[in-house]
Design a protein around this ligand. Structure first.
Ligand SMILES: Cc1cc2nc3c(=O)[nH]c(=O)nc-3n(C[C@H](O)[C@H](O)[C@H](O)COP(=O)(O)OP(=O)(O)OC[C@H]3O[C@@H](n4cnc5c(N)ncnc54)[C@H](O)[C@@H]3O)c2cc1C
Length: 531
């Protein structure tokens, strides 16, 4: 069963290796565990619903709790403390586009606000109800996860919007295809959420971001359905898909989604290489990407992340042996781990691997075979469970991300890390920060930073610390040429920083679209566009 106050399935428990706890204690001090509230305590705090009864709507307290928060750090703290503040008044479970339309009409009758809800994995405050005079109806797409059609000649699959990662892949794999979209939240996040918040999967190098995969579909709006036809390409004016991608539920509810799929590959392999320094690693990855070597994924950890990963991996004796070997081959302190993948037919993969090796050797790359790459692939969706383990050990962990041009990657990373590392200095607290690149383009790259800090003596202090760090890093990003989000979207947490990027005219145009599709301002007010 899914955890009500954290990440993933209750049956999956990941522990922090003893060596990892020692590593963190040496960097930022001994952990400070805070007590968790129980579900029963929270159930007792849920107020009566302001909605009347409807056959598709649950007014049950536990359902309302389970849809009240996403997975951002403030959400995490609220769930752990049991201080949710606001709950949706009801959760609707439509099973068809027709039922979504009925629920939109019913929400208008009830004068309710509406929150489209996919997997609830938002890390930017997208799906949280706010205090309002109007009741709040959360519309879960969980019962709309079926593969509705597969055009095998055109490689177009039509899905219900609530299909989560495993549902998408299992239905496609049974027919010999894959979508190839693997965000780290894949276990729980949904196709509708991916489109609505412009997500990016770990193998975006081969399959593209969701923008490249989304071929069309239907958006149910208060102004009527918007049907976006699917073409291989079209010069018929602005592309309406772009209006829906990243709309974050503001314009309507996606009821049907067409995606571009790929036949399953004959072979897939992942490898790990260590490069002697950040400067050389960065140059290697840029050159490799710009040469268009056909890799399916690439993830470059900076020196601090490499060290942290090795410390948290457990197996200290094997890691010590690995480090000895790397040192002999010239990858010592300051080394950076690069994981990359090849996906395709065997001959193509062999050629891609040869090309990648040639490039990386020029920059001092040391290959370690397939074991570390295989481990990465096996554990790729287990990393979020580490947050649970860190929390139990008394540490708070959060991540943030941006993208910028290659010429700005190194300076921006240094600025972001500095803003986080020094963010709690006034309190005498240290913050452990590390970064990787995981989505690379000819023009530039994403930057993904993780920061770990101690919560302090209570939840209020933990939240205040997060606010200070998040603001410092977000301001640093927009002031220094980064986008406020490469993949997590805007939600509420990033909305104050959006104007720098979109400008006055851009925001005014988005507001006009929101008014057109949702004249009474019912859909997720405050998300994407501040009120
Ligand atoms: C541990 C973890 C790892 C993550 N890793 C990644 C990653 O690798 N890459 C990445 O891109 N993101 C990642 N994320 C962020 C998050 O998973 C993505 O933003 C994802 O796309 C959200 O999908 P969801 O189905 O959970 O949407 P939700 O969180 O339910 O909703 C997100 C937004 O989309 C809207 N929405 C959802 N469904 C619909 C619909 N059918 N119609 C209209 N609007 C809709 C909601 O109203 C909301 O505004 C991660 C999050 C976590 C917690």
């Amino acid at each position: 069963m899914r955890r009500w106050n954290g990440w993933g399935d209750e049956a999956t428990v990941v522990d922090l290796p003893a060596h990892g706890a020692g590593f963190l204690a040496a960097r930022i001090g001994t952990g400070q565990a805070l007590a968790d509230a129980s579900l029963a305590e929270v159930v007792a705090r849920v107020p009566p619903s302001r909605l009347s009864a409807h056959p598709l709507v649950s007014l049950d307290a536990e359902a309302r709790i389970r849809h009240a928060r996403g997975q951002s750090l403030p959400d995490w703290l609220a769930m752990r403390e049991g201080r949710f503040e606001v709950f949706p008044d009801g959760v609707a479970y439509p099973e068809s586009a027709e039922q979504i339309r009925q629920l939109l009409a019913w929400a208008a009758e009830q004068n309710a606000l509406l929150i489209p809800y996919g997997g609830g994995t938002s890390v930017a405050g997208h799906i949280n109800p706010q205090v309002s005079d109007r009741p709040v109806l959360t519309l879960s797409l969980a019962r709309m996860g079926r593969l509705l059609d597969l055009d095998e000649a055109s490689l177009i699959a039509t899905f219900g919007p609530g299909a989560n990662g495993p549902q998408v892949e299992s239905q496609l794999r049974a027919r010999g295809y894959t979508l190839g979209h693997f965000p780290q939240s894949w276990e729980l996040s949904t196709l509708g959420g991916w489109v609505a918040s412009r997500s990016s999967g770990q193998q975006s190098l081969r399959y593209g971001r969701i923008e490249q995969l989304f071929a069309g579909g239907t958006l149910e709006t208060f102004a009527g359905p918007l049907r976006i036809a699917s073409f291989p390409a079209s010069a018929a004016g602005p592309d309406l898909r772009e209006m829906v991608l990243g709309s974050e539920g503001r314009f309507g509810v996606l009821s049907e989604i067409k995606v571009r799929v790929t036949p399953l590959a004959e072979q897939e392999r992942f490898y790990a290489v260590f490069l002697p320094s950040w400067e050389r690693a960065l140059e290697a990855v840029r050159r490799l990407t710009q040469a268009r070597v056909p890799l399916s994924m690439l993830r470059l950890a900076n020196a601090e992340e490499t060290q942290t990963q090795l410390a948290l991996a457990g197996h200290p004796q094997q890691i010590a042996l690995l480090e000895k070997y790397l040192a002999l081959r010239g990858a010592r302190e300051g080394k950076c781990m690069l994981t990359f993948g090849v996906t395709g037919c065997r001959r193509q993969n062999a050629a891609s691997l040869r090309q990648a090796k040639d490039w990386l050797k020029r920059f001092g790359g040391v290959f370690t075979g397939t074991l570390l790459g295989r481990k990465w692939a096996e554990n790729r969706f287990r990393f979020p469970y580490l947050r649970e383990a860190l929390w139990r050990a008394g540490y708070v962990v959060d991540t943030l991300e941006t993208a910028t041009d290659w010429s700005n990657v190194a300076p921006l990373m240094a600025q972001i890390e500095k803003s986080l590392r020094e963010g709690l200095a006034a309190e005498g607290e240290r913050v452990h920060v590390f970064t990787h690149l995981s989505h690379v383009y000819g023009q530039g790259s994403s930057l993904y930073s993780t920061y770990v800090f101690r919560p302090g003596s209570d939840y209020a202090q933990a939240l205040a610390r997060w606010r200070r760090l998040k603001h410092a890093a977000s301001q640093t990003i927009v002031d220094n040429g980064g986008t406020i989000s490469h993949q997590h979207g805007v939600g509420r947490d990033h909305a104050p920083y959006l104007a720098v990027e979109k400008g006055e005219q851009g925001l005014a145009a988005l507001r006009a679209l929101s008014r057109h599709f949702d004249p009474e301002g019912r859909l997720v007010p405050g998300v994407l566009l501040q009120e």
